[in-house]
Design a protein around this ligand. Structure first.
Ligand SMILES: *Cc1c(COP(=O)(O)O)cnc(C)c1O
Length: 716
């Protein structure tokens, strides 16, 4: 970590290990490591928004020196360093026990990775899922290597005007406050690989980010050696239209393989997480052809060793490019595949689409023997969507499976909940999460203790919201209405609903407002009041999404709703954390079947927050009656929005809100507490990233690492 070291002015040698800790994102999911950073300077830890590199850069040297001489601190520090070293080096991990002999890694390609809010190279669900995947892989000892793109401008910070219109600011973040380390290439060159695009060589540099045992290579083209128009390729996430996207995906796929080769990484299997990374497979075909194989043989070998996960249930969500663009971008590359141009581009053809486009998903499916969707229902939707590639098969036999997503427990479960479980299930329970029956144990959690914890987490959320509002009021807001809209009138004693996700139209953030009078009656009821907290960004180019956001925002300032609707700006992992722990109910109302999986409800459930959702994505398999509520399915002939809206109000009015306010003699909502416990039990049993990665290993990675062919029919 020479580069990170240089950014830190002073570090006493006795606690020099803090730098190792700060430069491996393992700290972010170790409560104990976080406590060490917090113990250095608690107010500063909060000011730097839990960024240890920033903390070490800014902390008063006298304070560090004092810590290095404080026996209590040193004991804590030594314990963490022991745990850290065990986490990185123990050789009796789940993977090593299950799959002895498989040591070459799986390369995991994804356009974005969301590990922690201090490394802002993610936009939302897909990136955070990928981050949780890496963390769980590290915990399980799966030899994974991540490959992604480095975005100097991250996603964007969200600023809402007083009229609720979202303005996207795109300040570049300071890489010096992240743990990223720039790799150097051969002969000290700043690049590791070169990729031709549009007839120009693009030099590809890489940053390394360490996630427990898992290294991640983030590709960067912002080098003097590159044409100015290529330097911006790693500037911003999902911005700049299809031409930019194609070039980014070309760099990710082709450049990613070459960077791994240059770094001396020799994967046994390759996983494309979403179609953005499909060119990775095409590049490997090219490599094998260059080594003497025929196009057919190369394709077979790539298939046997590739895994592809699709995340998108609607045709329009899948990237596709015109053959002219793809030809222009790749140039001579396409002549190096040992076959005709027609056959080469045929890799990306989609039989149901008469226009000659190159479909990234079709290419990834053709070059992967193992393909999956991200929830059981989404597996079915994907089989129907891609049946055209197997015209001879009935839809149920289309070989696309499903691995339901999960979330990383240590990342998303609050410290308070973990220590409650420590007391109830016994210390070290997280070592026993694979034991059948462990999670049954949460059904006997003490009601008083669980309810006290809920109150504490709710208070935490509301004071966080108030402090954020205070800061923004002081820094940039001009009108007091902002302060109300941001949630300063929220009351921790009131039933609180959370709704936070990307503002895409199908997620229907405004469904709750479809009948204003009915909603108002629900919210301002003096005996059983209800409040709702919204957060989320619209994609910078999603105009309809921005309009819905604006509409929702206008309700936050409507005096008729008495400050019971809040919108908290700048949804990121930090805010997500607070929200999923601090609300009473998680609300999710996507239009069925457009949510491939959805994960925020799982994060809530790991904090014993039940969900109310339409039966889409994970909820179609996760709703078990006692862990929340489901909006019943739309009947044939019904208008989906009207029917779902009507049933949503009905559920809230007749079941959910009354249950929350129904109290025992001790003041406890006994039925509600039952739902909370079942939400936690089912999340623990079935929706952890640990279970997800275990499923990938046994059904997908291990056979791909052994290069096994499948029995599946091949796509045409
Ligand atoms: C979990 C998460 C998401 C994804 O949530 P969905 O339920 O899948 O929409 C998006 N953004 C942030 C910041 C998250 O933490």
């Amino acid at each position: 970590m020479p580069q990170a070291r240089a950014r830190i002015p002073y570090l006493p040698p006795r606690i020099g290990g803090l730098l190792d800790l700060a430069t491996n994102l393992w700290w972010s999911w170790s409560n104990e490591a976080r406590s060490v950073f917090r113990a250095i300077d608690e107010p500063l830890w909060h000011l730097v928004r839990h960024n240890p590199m920033e903390l070490l850069r800014r902390v008063d040297p006298a304070r560090l020196a004092a810590r290095a001489a404080d026996p209590g601190f040193l004991a804590q520090f030594d314990r963490v360093m022991d745990a850290f070293s065990r986490a990185l080096t123990s050789s009796d991990t789940w993977f090593q026990t299950q799959q002895p002999g498989l040591t070459r890694p799986v390369a995991y390609f994804c356009a974005e990775f969301g590990l922690h809010s201090s490394v802002p190279i993610y936009s939302g669900g897909l990136g955070i899922l990928a981050g949780d995947h890496l963390k769980a892989a590290s915990d399980l000892g799966v030899p994974l290597v991540g490959v992604g793109l480095f975005y100097t401008k991250g996603y964007f910070d969200q600023r809402l005007r007083i009229d609720g219109w979202q303005e996207d600011s795109d300040a570049a973040f300071d890489v010096g406050s992240t743990p990223l380390e720039r790799l150097s290439g051969h002969h000290g060159d700043p690049w590791l690989a070169v990729v031709e695009t549009f007839g120009r060589p693009v030099h590809v540099a890489a940053w390394r980010m360490q996630v427990g045992r898992v290294p991640v290579y983030l590709l960067d083209t912002n080098l003097d050696q590159n044409d100015p128009s290529d330097r911006g390729l790693s500037g911003k996430l999902y911005a700049g239209g299809p031409a930019m996207r194609l070039r980014q995906e070309w760099i990710l796929g082709v450049g990613g393989v070459r960077v791994l080769r240059a770094a001396g990484v020799d994967p046994a299997a390759w996983h494309a997480n979403e179609g953005h990374a499909a060119f990775m497979m095409v590049e490997r075909v090219r490599e094998l052809v260059a080594a003497g194989r025929s196009f057919g043989e190369a394709g077979d070998e790539v298939r046997r060793t590739s895994v592809f996960t699709t995340h998108t249930p609607v045709p329009a969500g899948h990237d596709r490019f015109s053959v002219e663009e793809v030809t222009g971008c790749g140039g001579d590359f396409w002549n190096q595949l040992g076959t005709s141009a027609e056959e080469a581009f045929g890799l990306g053809s989609q039989p149901d689409d008469p226009s000659p486009l190159f479909h990234m998903t079709a290419a990834a499916i053709r070059l992967s023997a193992r393909v999956n969707g991200v929830a059981q229902m989404h597996g079915g939707v994907s089989r129907a969507l891609w049946q055209g590639l197997w015209p001879q098969l009935p839809v149920e036999d289309v070989p696309i499976g499903a691995v339901t997503n999960g979330v990383h427990l240590q990342t998303w479960m609050s410290a308070g909940m973990r220590s409650l479980l420590d007391r109830h299930l016994g210390e070290g329970w997280h070592e026993r999460v694979d034991q059948p029956g462990l999670w049954e144990g949460v059904l006997t959690l003490d009601d008083l203790e669980l309810w006290a914890l809920r109150a504490e987490m709710k208070h935490g959320l509301m004071s966080f919201i108030r402090e954020e509002a205070r800061r923004r009021w002081a820094e940039r807001w001009k009108e007091a209405a902002h302060v109300v809209g941001a949630g300063t009138l929220l009351n921790p004693d009131v039933f609180t609903i959370g709704f936070a996700r990307r503002f895409a139209t199908y997620k229907r953030a405004s469904l709750l407002f479809s009948d204003f009078d009915r909603l108002r009656d629900l919210l301002v009821n003096p005996w059983r009041p209800v409040q709702i907290i919204f957060a989320g960004k619209a994609h910078p180019e999603d105009h309809p999404g921005k309009e819905i956001l604006q509409q929702v925002y206008s309700f936050t300032r409507d005096p008729q709703l008495q400050g019971r609707v809040a919108f908290v700006e700048d949804y990121d992992m930090h805010l997500a954390h607070r929200l999923i722990q601090g609300v009473d109910l998680w609300l999710n109302v996507p239009r069925v079947p457009l949510e491939a999986c959805g994960t925020s409800g799982m994060k809530a459930a790991f904090n014993a927050v039940p969900q109310l959702s339409t039966l889409d994505g994970w909820w179609a398999e996760g709703y078990m009656g006692l862990n929340g509520w489901a909006v019943p399915p739309v009947q044939p002939g019904e208008d989906a929005d009207a029917a779902d809206g009507e049933r949503l109000y009905g559920l809230l009015e007749e079941q959910v809100v009354p249950m929350f306010y129904r109290r025992s003699a001790r003041g406890l909502p006994m039925e509600w507490l039952q739902r909370m416990k079942h939400a936690l039990r089912i999340a623990g049993e079935r929706f952890s990233a640990r279970r997800m990665v275990q499923d990938y290993v046994s059904g997908y990675y291990a056979p791909a690492m052994r290069g096994e062919a499948t029995e599946h029919a091949r796509p045409i």
